[in-house]
Write a protein that binds this ligand. Sequence first.
Ligand SMILES: CC(C)(COP(=O)(O)OP(=O)(O)OC[C@H]1O[C@@H](n2cnc3c(N)ncnc32)[C@H](O)[C@@H]1OP(=O)(O)O)[C@@H](O)C(=O)NCCC(=O)NCCS
Length: 184
Amino acid sequence: MAIDYSSFIELGDLTDKNIGQLKLLNTSVLPVSYDDKFYQKILAAPFITKLAFYNDVLVGAVSCRVDPPVNAGEPQTLYIMTFCVLAAYRKLGIGKKLLEFVETTCAKNNYCKVTLHVQVNSDAIDFYKKYDFTIESTIQNYYRNIEPTDCYLMAKLIPVDPSAVTTTTTATNPAANNNNKNKK
Ligand SMILES: CC(C)(COP(=O)(O)OP(=O)(O)OC[C@H]1O[C@@H](n2cnc3c(N)ncnc32)[C@H](O)[C@@H]1OP(=O)(O)O)[C@@H](O)C(=O)NCCC(=O)NCCS
């Protein structure tokens, strides 16, 4: 019988006290590194971060950004900037729990789509496919300092309540919906 680890896993919020731990986690797992400016920036909106703790130890995290709609009246979308679980804690349901948080956040706020970029050789592609993400396009030379440099733009549509969509263009990110805006 499969062991249920869910009682050991808790989700928590990002604070200025634990942001150093998040940086350590991301730096040790992800191929792209982010500077202190990035970590200061994600403490406030339009950024959303959730941390995953296993027995009170930070082992996983997801950081997203709310992107404005392409056209006025369309819903906002959520872009996953970083997502990782420490290797020793994988396949315990932590990534799934973080992704559930992302999708619940979308449903609650009427964000109609989750998007992300992933390196073309990443194991994570199959993880995302398992949860109904599809590859929208391949972007060549997306990454500057890692090989392979190409990535996939993956996306998942989230059902939204059309009556709850605001008609304002929240132009917080003028580069939104440009495939190369996150070039790393
Ligand atoms: C992708 C990642 C976040 C998955 O985290 P995780 O905690 O191992 O995932 P979970 O344990 O919640 O897995 C949930 C389900 O997905 C499956 N799964 C997990 N990783 C998988 C993978 N790489 N390929 C296919 N299926 C995968 C699990 O087997 C599980 O399936 P089950 O419920 O049928 O048993 C993790 O492997 C990771 O951090 N990878 C390195 C960083 C990275 O590539 N991040 C993405 C950059 S965009």
